[in-house]
Design a protein around this ligand. Structure first.
Ligand code: B12
Length: 210
């Protein structure tokens, strides 16, 4: 199975064929990271087509669902690669009011394969749920995704809720999403920002002291 074919299946929104294609690529001995990269490339093209009005909301929703089918097969393969013992715990989610989860899922899958223990709370998650999860798990890193300009202020909510719970100095807060940059992220109360999944994992490793 060609990796280009996987990219193409995402672009063409082939939800019924993507899981088998990913399975085949892995069976052929393709590295799960390469498969993830091929999926991301497809999603970038879907985003581009949306921006030039070639694709509409219906196609975007379907692209998101197609990515999820791919992740179902990819995630166990990535978990199987993980050999580490003592794991850093990371809570990830998309902030309240935001239903974009493709980027967050990518980060989550990469974190798993990099040896982190990941608690994925999903999307549209309020600060209380995040604080409760940090308390319950003892996570030392929180990763937030915000794709909407309207929801970036939720980062400050989470920062303040962690502070109110006496946890802020025990937890590193890293954020990502199209409307953000390093300066804005820090102003909103985050410790760090990353523009894409690869630098995201690199930064999270640094925050974890790995
Ligand atoms: C797909 C998509 C959707 C899908 C989402 C499907 C899903 N399950 O996620 C659907 C159709 C549901 C959708 C809905 C809407 N969308 Co939309 N959507 C997009 C689109 C085209 C692509 C986003 C995406 O998945 N990219 C691919 C992933 C891999 O990239 P990513 O999310 O950026 O994540 C990467 C980095 O940002 C970073 N990252 C992300 N999170 C994190 C977290 C951490 C911790 C770290 C370290 C890094 C990191 O790493 C990721 C991997 O490289 C973008 C346009 C764009 N080019 O971004 C618009 C966009 C985000 N949407 C937009 C809008 C306006 C909406 C709607 C309001 C539309 C509407 N009128 O209803 C709704 C909002 C619904 C809601 N409440 O959330 C706007 C936001 C504008 C703004 N600045 O506020 C955008 C920018 C489009 C545009 N140009 O207008 N959308």
């Amino acid at each position: 199975m060609d990796l280009e074919k996987i990219t193409e299946l995402i672009i063409e929104l082939e939800i019924d064929d993507i899981a088998d294609a990913v399975k085949e690529a892995l069976e052929d001995g393709k590295d799960p990271f390469q498969v993830l990269n091929a999926l991301s490339k497809g999603m970038d093209e879907v985003g581009r087509r949306y921006e030039i009005d070639e694709y509409y909301l219906a196609e975007l929703v379907l692209a998101g669902e197609t990515m999820k089918e791919a992740f179902k097969v990819l995630k166990p393969a990535m978990e199987a690669m993980d050999k580490s013992e003592k794991k850093t715990k990371v809570v990830i989610c998309t902030v309240k009011g935001d239903n974009h989860d493709i980027g967050k899922n990518l980060i989550g899958t990469l974190l798993l394969s990099s040896g982190f223990e990941v608690f994925d709370l999903g999307m549209d998650v309020d600060s209380k749920t995040i604080v409760d999860k940090v308390k319950e798990t003892g996570a030392t890193i929180v990763g937030l995704s915000s794709l909407l300009t309207m929801t970036v202020k939720q980062i400050t909510e989470v920062h303040e809720a962690l502070e109110a719970a006496g946890l802020r100095d025990k937890v590193k807060l890293i954020v990502g999403g199209a409307p953000l940059n390093m300066e804005l992220s820090k102003r909103l109360g985050a410790d760090d920002f990353a523009p894409d999944a690869v630098s995201g994992i690199k930064n999270i490793k640094e925050l974890a002291g790995i």
